[in-house]
Design a protein around this ligand. Structure first.
Ligand SMILES: [Fe+2]
Length: 291
């Protein structure tokens, strides 16, 4: 048992990318963090919308919450971040892992970004490192660096009872996140997951995505105990070599996420759009034959 009370968790499913965003708070009228907010994007029209993010804002308003942090688990490849919109409405700081600089360096070259784009993480308000701790009202938040899916993935452990694991683990029947994006590593993911599975068995794990097969509802919460028993990729007894073999074979069959090109360009800028031209127009790039 920990000395902390259980955090309150409200999950929001964005159905197009099957992403879960979270509001985690200590009590109504208290303090909260936003984790992985989504900006809706109509790719065909090149149009952004804030309907999903607005649902979080409505909840914040109803619960009268103060939100000092907007937390990213990683630079997502399948949806755009609504962090700047959330910060504009709520205040607070936008944070991600400090290894985002590696991701920025890789994709600055892929996208041939403007000289003013520096891969120094300065686009974010704060960069977290493994082991960092911070307090939000009655929430004690501990940062774990859990790379593998990308070099910069973080897990946020709140009150030693709820871990927001980003794209490391999925629900037990789906297994684990892919590791084949530039900078990804199945071996590193295996070790990150072992650290997560070493948390107390009753720890709730909150995932960033769920892709249920027909007949099962979307789920966003699992536990260390459930994962150790039932996760098809990393249940107890699976060693690193076996995991890496499985992960690499599976990744070789996967196509790129539909929104990876727009998503990465925006998310490595902390969710900001690229600089506008003299007429205020904004453009994204599509590198040919590079990914
Ligand atoms: Fe991801």
């Amino acid at each position: 048992m920990t000395k902390y009370k259980a955090p309150l968790v409200k999950a929001f499913l964005e159905p197009d990318s099957e992403t879960f965003s979270y509001l985690v708070y200590d009590h109504p009228g208290g303090q909260a963090v936003v984790i992985d907010p989504v900006l809706d994007f109509d790719y065909a029209a090149g149009r952004t919308r804030t309907a999903s993010a607005q649902q979080l804002l409505d909840f914040v308003g109803k619960q009268r919450l103060t939100v000092p942090w907007i937390l990213e688990t990683h630079a997502h490849a399948d949806h755009l971040s609504a962090a700047p919109f959330m910060r504009q409405r709520l205040g607070g700081k936008v944070a991600i892992g400090k290894q985002i600089t590696e991701v920025q360096a890789i994709f600055r070259d892929v996208f041939e970004l403007e000289p003013g784009f520096l891969p120094d993480g300065g686009q974010f308000d704060h960069l977290f490192a493994d082991g960092d701790r911070f307090t939000v009202g009655e929430l004690q938040i501990r940062v774990m660096h859990t790379p593998g899916h990308t070099p910069a993935d973080l897990t946020y452990v709140i009150n030693e009872q709820a871990a927001f694991v980003g794209d490391t683990l999925f629900m037990p029947d789906l297994g684990t996140a892919r590791c084949d994006f530039p900078g990804g590593s199945a071996s590193r993911l295996y070790h990150s997951i072992q650290r997560l599975l070493a948390l107390p068995e009753a720890t709730d794990l909150y995932v960033c995505h769920d892709y249920p097969k027909p007949g099962r509802e979307h789920r966003h919460r699992t536990s260390v105990a459930e994962q150790r028993q039932h996760n098809i990729h990393v249940h107890d007894g699976i060693d690193e070599a076996g995991f890496v073999r499985m992960r690499q074979a599976r990744d070789a069959t996967l196509g790129m996420p539909r929104l990876i090109l727009p998503a990465i360009q925006i998310n490595i800028r902390a969710g900001q759009l690229p600089p506008a031209d003299e007429q205020g127009r904004v453009f994204l790039k599509i590198p040919i034959n590079q990914l």
